[in-house]
Design a protein around this ligand. Structure first.
Ligand code: HEC
Length: 141
């Protein structure tokens, strides 16, 4: 009887840890990259390069190339964050769609070498961060 209860409690804890908000978003199912690493090593640095590059008004081909690279990496991140069972809910997928759309628009402006319009597009990127973080980043785990 006792063993049964213990087993039931363990099963319950496992189910809770899998379904409670705050767990799914830490890492995907099979790949080693954590969300924290994606944010700190990829998403945040690329947003900084993108924003500062546009604010400095790109002077030559190399500067535009660096900006396009950052925008494309941020665009790719929106897919990465949906892969491998990473997406726990609607807010998360909405955030990823916002990130994808905003960076695609920026890439169009970068093609047209329009720094002002591209910089305006960065606001859409920042909105995607806020959308997802409002629900996920500060949740106790
Ligand atoms: C789809 C959801 C989502 C989007 C979009 C998102 N983030 Fe995050 N972010 C998270 C989650 C979840 C964490 C907490 C990860 C953890 O601590 O396990 C996080 C944590 C972070 C951290 C802290 C990383 C650390 O050192 O642990 C930074 C910085 C960050 N995000 C920056 C950004 C920026 C900048 C953007 C927008 C360009 C962004 N994030 C967009 C979900 C998102």
């Amino acid at each position: 009887m006792r063993t049964r209860l213990t087993l039931a409690l363990i099963a319950c804890a496992v189910v809770a840890s899998l379904t409670l908000p705050g767990n799914a978003q830490k890492k995907g199912r099979t790949r080693p990259l954590t969300t924290s690493q994606t944010m700190a090593g990829l998403i945040k640095p690329q947003l900084t390069i993108l924003k500062e590059g546009l604010e400095a008004e790109p002077k030559d081909e190399d500067a535009w190339k660096a900006i396009a690279t950052s925008a494309a990496l941020l665009n790719e991140s929106s897919y990465l964050m949906m892969d491998d069972g990473r997406c726990p809910d609607k807010v998360w997928s909405e955030g990823c769609v916002m990130l994808e759309t905003a960076t695609k628009d920026i890439l169009k402006q970068v093609d047209a070498k329009n720094a002002t319009a591209a910089l305006a597009g960065v606001e859409g990127v920042v909105a995607s961060c806020k959308h997802c973080h409002a629900e996920h980043k500060y949740k106790k785990r």
